[in-house]
Design a protein around this ligand. Structure first.
Ligand code: 3HC
Length: 292
């Protein structure tokens, strides 16, 4: 693999901050880019808190924490990515935002720079087509929490060069992940399996067949998974679950992929899971959030 160590991460929300942490832990020099100072500071806090928890648990020394933090340059200026060898975009799941980011990255980054998207619900092929280098665009799909989950999907399109896919796969290995390759189809591999399962659980809950705790316990206790589907929906984001269901529906038009109405109503009500403070469970959210 070509030697490089300068990586950009655009968007420092939950996923982007986690991704920046993962790269910095693996020794890469990282630029973490946000749209304004407030979002940038929230991203920095996210990384700092995550590393501090590791220090508290004795998994990381204070010096290692400083070293990792020092390897991340937090910035609001995308032009800082002019030297980046590899960039991961992790901005919210809206094509207009992706268009803006990828147009800038295409202009700013050297022609050889690989541009990866962490999208979970948009077409990587469409994102690649926003650039003049579709052969160098690939999906690099991380799972939440990014510092913990080993699986990473490397998503190829009909435009991506094999060398790009190979490098992205190698990068995923270098940061300690277990990559699988997938072609650009709605849901890729993991979400095409996982999110309909979450949707089914929401439907069971919506029909009042069991309480949310009982539904989650059925899976954690019986199948020995770390989280039940409703708790996982809160972690992933109800809006992300809905977006994935909707692209599955758009692509395959089978009743199996029809989002359950409650999922849609929860998004409309702003009950997005942990990030809004309330989803299926209360996470200390806003006082005016409707109760069950
Ligand atoms: N950042 C960094 N580290 C974290 C973390 C975070 N946000 N959350 C938990 N951890 C670490 C903890 O520090 C701990 O580390 P240690 O073993 O070194 O002490 C370890 O993870 C376990 O955490 P906890 O002991 O606090 O709690 P749990 O054992 O309950 O684990 C969990 C929490 C890792 C979130 C676990 O419940 C889990 O694996 N849940 C399933 C998550 C999952 O399936 N994610 C995929 C969602 S799908 C997706 O993201 C795709 C998208 O496109 C929709």
């Amino acid at each position: 693999m070509q030697e490089f160590d300068k990586v950009g991460v655009v968007g420092l929300g939950t996923m982007g901050a986690g991704i920046a942490e993962v790269f910095a832990r693996a020794g890469f020099q990282v630029w973490g880019v946000e749209v304004d100072g407030g979002a940038m500071e929230r991203g920095r806090d996210h990384v700092r808190n995550s590393l501090s928890k590791a220090v508290d648990k004795g998994k990381l020394s204070a010096e290692e924490r400083s070293g990792i933090l020092d390897r991340i340059a937090f910035t609001t200026d995308r032009e800082d990515l002019r030297d980046a060898d590899f960039v991961v975009e992790a901005v919210p799941e809206r094509m207009d935002l992706k268009r803006d980011v990828f147009a800038d990255l295409d202009r700013i980054c050297p022609p050889g720079t690989i541009l990866a998207t962490n999208t979970s619900s948009l077409s990587v092929t469409e994102i690649a087509a926003l650039t003049d280098r579709p052969d160098k665009v690939v999906g690099l799909h991380f799972f939440n929490p990014a510092p913990v989950m080993k699986l990473t999907e490397v998503v190829s399109t009909i435009s991506s060069a094999q060398a790009t896919v190979d490098i992205a796969t190698e990068v995923a290995k270098r940061i300690g992940k277990t990559p699988i390759t997938a072609t650009d189809r709605a849901g890729f591999v993991a979400n095409a399996l996982l999110v309909p399962f979450i949707n089914d659980a929401v439907s069971v809950y919506e029909r009042r067949i069991a309480s949310r705790e009982e539904i989650d316990a059925a899976v954690t206790k019986d199948a020995d998974l770390p989280m039940g589907p409703l708790a996982l929906a809160d972690l992933v984001g109800i809006d992300v679950c809905l977006a994935v269901m909707d692209v599955l529906w758009e692509e395959f038009r089978t009743p199996r992929y029809a989002a359950t109405p409650l999922l849609r109503r929860m998004v409309a009500a702003g009950r997005l899971g942990r990030k809004s403070g309330r989803g299926f469970y209360d996470h200390g959210g806003r006082a005016n959030m409707p109760e069950d």
